[in-house]
Design a protein around this ligand. Structure first.
Ligand SMILES: Cc1cc2nc3c(=O)[nH]c(=O)nc-3n(C[C@H](O)[C@H](O)[C@H](O)COP(=O)(O)OP(=O)(O)OC[C@H]3O[C@@H](n4cnc5c(N)ncnc54)[C@H](O)[C@@H]3O)c2cc1C
Length: 382
């Protein structure tokens, strides 16, 4: 079986790995970008790409601006409707452009933009199986028997990251984890492609249900909840998903004539509700592999992109100084946590304190609907 030699290995070509690779396109480093799958491939997600994530991607690679603008299969989100209790939705308007794009298409756009440069070697269908890091370097073995050797590795391989497990000793901690299910529907009625819908109704709290249009008549529909509540309340997310649609008069007006176009599938959410180990000897972790999902809304694409860029800047310093050790890589952890931890800690506290108190959520909803200042504060959590 083949052995390949590189300066840097990036394991995973989702938004985190692709962002890191794009930020290093002109570095002159010899980089191998490995992924378990052939692209395009699906990733179970709500498909909402927050404006800050779009902005960061364009900052990393300015040519993406035109690419996104021309991309036909997207909705441009201007508002969110938050349904709380039985009242009319709270409308939250956004100034900057966010997109909803099927991840199958979005992730493929990023990877194609990398392939077009010819500066990074992409190896699809090379699932990382074993990783070793020592003073000599990093050695990766893939499921189909290839070996990749490099000075450093970036773990960008998602919620079940083999790099995080093998090099950082990561184990799922249900106190800091979430579960969610998602399906695609066509023939959806009474939706506005510019408006994403979130349902924080007592039947789904302490989780939330979403309906994100991906066209005038199609939507990404899903439900997510913290794992500790799923266990404590013995919730079956798939049953709750169908039951909630059946019992919600609002959703009935939208989905009763719609067709489910995919299976209802589940996936995990590693929350950034505690500080995880994100670096060590010869490795950095980014995106879901670094457990960077916002515990208040389940979003992780923006953090994946930002962490990818921060990792790229650190990699440049590592190669400049020829330093790949844990002490040197601590600077990456400090920068990453410095950027996000304060905000995530507050969000985590608010969610843990109030999300399962449906009366409080209802009351806040009633107050917000009449108070533009409080509606603006709510924006921070959506
Ligand atoms: C149901 C659900 C809804 C969500 N909705 C939203 C949303 O609307 N907006 C938002 O911002 N976030 C959302 N998230 C979170 C978001 O999906 C993640 O935060 C985001 O995908 C993280 O990007 P990533 O690149 O770190 O990981 P991923 O997107 O998971 O990419 C990891 C890559 O690594 C590859 N890989 C896996 N194993 C290996 C291996 N062994 N070897 C090599 N490669 C491997 C995978 O094939 C994949 O391409 C949602 C998550 C879920 C589960």
């Amino acid at each position: 079986m083949a052995t390949y030699h590189y300066d840097l290995i990036i394991s995973g070509a989702g938004p985190a790995g692709a962002s890191c690779a794009m930020a290093l396109e002109d570095s002159g480093l010899k980089i191998a970008l490995l992924d378990k799958y052939e692209f395009p491939r699906d990733k179970i997600c709500g498909d909402f790409i927050a404006a800050k994530g779009v902005r960061e991607l364009i900052h990393i690679k300015p040519s993406l601006k035109e690419r996104f603008e021309k991309f036909p299969h997207k909705t441009v989100n201007r508002s969110t409707h938050l349904f709380v209790g039985k009242m009319d939705p709270i409308q939250i308007d956004w100034v900057l452009k966010s997109y909803t794009i099927k991840r199958e298409l979005f992730d493929n756009e990023l990877v194609q933009s990398i392939l077009e440069t010819g500066k990074i070697d992409f190896f699809p269908v090379q699932a990382v199986k074993d990783v070793e890091a020592n003073d000599e370097g990093v050695s990766v073995t893939t499921v189909n028997g290839s070996t990749f050797k490099a000075k450093m590795i970036i773990g960008a391989d998602g919620a079940h990251s083999p790099v995080a497990k093998m090099l950082a000793g990561y184990k799922v901690d249900r106190k800091h984890y979430g579960g969610s299910v998602r399906a695609y529907y066509s023939g959806v009625e009474n939706i506005d492609p510019a408006i994403n819908e979130i349902y924080a109704h007592k039947d789904v709290l302490p989780g939330y249900f979403w309906l994100f249009p991906i066209s005038k008549t199609e939507a990404n529909v899903g439900l997510g909840m913290q794992s500790r509540h799923i266990t404590a309340k013995k919730v079956n997310l798939k049953d709750l998903f169908y039951r909630f649609i059946e019992q919600s008069p609002v959703l009935q007006t939208k989905l009763s004539n719609a067709t489910m176009e995919s299976k209802l599938e589940g996936f995990g959410l590693p929350f950034y509700s505690r500080k995880w180990t994100v670096s060590g000897n010869r490795f950095l972790l980014i995106g879901d592999a670094a457990s960077m999902i916002d515990p208040s809304n389940g979003e992780g694409i923006m953090q994946a992109v930002v962490s990818g860029n921060i990792a790229a800047q650190h990699v440049l310093k590592s190669f400049e100084k020829n330093r790949f050790d844990a002490d040197f890589n601590q600077a990456f952890s400090d920068t990453l946590h410095g950027r996000f931890w304060k905000e995530m800690r507050v969000k985590s506290w608010l969610v843990n304190t109030f999300a399962d108190k449906s009366r409080v959520v209802n009351m806040v909803g009633h107050i917000c609907v009449k108070n533009p200042f409080l509606t603006r504060q709510l924006k921070k959590f959506l």
